[in-house]
Design a protein around this ligand. Structure first.
Ligand SMILES: Nc1ncnc2c1ncn2[C@@H]1O[C@H](COP(=O)(O)OP(=O)(O)OP(=O)(O)O)[C@@H](O)[C@H]1O
Ligand SMILES: [Mg+2]
Length: 288
């Protein structure tokens, strides 16, 4: 819980959990399967490629897939001398995923307090060090877990991932509204699986109705960070932990510039938010 004194300083019996993390960006979605983890990992890798120090935290209790997408699946967490968990190093990214703490193929029923306990531990008991950005993959949907997590963590803002079909888009815009109601700034929306470019004839096919997100986002005064096509390299490179390759202009000339622009727009949105709105209240934890 955020517990602030009147002068907006953390109370003396509390300490900020992430004092050295400048910007926390939560990635959410109105529903599952729209590419939320894919976008989260691309945001993290893209920011890292710009020279920022980046952490990636997988809070998706229902389907933690960041471990697979960053190639740290099956590795066991280690502790440092202060008995803090050392984040995994995925090519320069600091990564922590729920998946590394749950035996593979084990179904865990997460009750509310357990989720909060685990996430609090991921924030306070992990040696994140100083970071320019922390990207958080939230659980999908507009239920209690994603909203409470985003609010509890005290994020700089949220990026919403949506596909353009009207039904999916409605859910995404509802998610954006709910985050806003909780005082969480929306940094932008990403239209994923926006269109398909035929690899044989280069014709663009708007399978799901490209542009739907832009219309809805314009109406809600939310920035569109990218329109990302349905693309084979995105799927194969993401699922095999080769996300860096999607940013390579030689290997992926169609995708790399779109991803690059998404990162530039996110940086701009974070800067705008930090310059124009009060700092998110630091997450504080009671000393036991
Ligand atoms: N633009 C894209 N082009 C091709 N494949 C994609 C694209 N975006 C995501 N995918 C693929 O779709 C699948 C689902 O993506 P992802 O796991 O990121 O979705 P999610 O929203 O995180 O799902 P969940 O709700 O289950 O966590 C993955 O195999 C991913 O590689
Ligand atoms: Mg996911």
């Amino acid at each position: 819980m955020n517990q602030q004194s009147k002068d907006n300083q953390p109370r003396k019996d509390n300490q900020p959990i992430l004092p050295e993390v400048d910007n926390i960006v939560a990635v959410g979605a109105g529903k599952g399967g729209v590419g939320k983890s894919t976008i989260a990992v691309h945001l993290a890798v893209g920011l890292k490629r710009k020279g920022f120090k980046v952490g990636l935290l997988d809070c998706d209790i229902y389907g933690p897939s960041i471990a697979t997408m960053t190639g740290i699946e099956g590795t066991s967490p280690q502790l440092n001398n202060d008995r803090k968990i050392i984040p995994f190093d995925a090519n320069g990214l600091k990564v922590i995923s729920m998946a590394n703490f749950i035996p593979k193929d084990t179904a865990v029923i997460w009750r509310g307090p357990m989720v909060h306990g685990a996430v609090k531990q991921f924030l306070s008991d992990v040696d994140w060090g100083s970071l320019d950005y922390m990207i958080i993959d939230l659980p999908p949907g507009t239920g209690d877990p994603p909203l409470t997590l985003a609010q509890t963590i005290g994020v700089t803002g949220a990026v919403i991932v949506a596909t353009p079909q009207p039904l999916a888009l409605n859910d995404a815009m509802r998610a954006a509204q709910m985050y806003q109601k909780l005082g969480i700034h929306i940094l932008g929306i990403v239209e994923n699986m926006s269109y398909f470019i035929c690899p044989n004839c280069n014709t663009i096919h708007d399978i799901f109705g490209r542009g739907g997100v832009r219309k809805a986002a314009d109406k809600a005064n939310i920035a569109v960070l990218a329109e990302i096509p349905l693309n084979l390299s995105i799927r194969t490179n993401t699922d095999s932990a080769h996300v860096e390759d999607n940013f390579d202009k030689t290997k992926n000339p169609q995708i790399a510039p779109i991803l690059e622009e998404m990162i530039n727009k996110l940086i701009k949105q974070v800067k705008f938010r930090n310059e124009n709105y009060p700092k998110p209240e630091p997450l504080v934890v009671k000393k036991s």
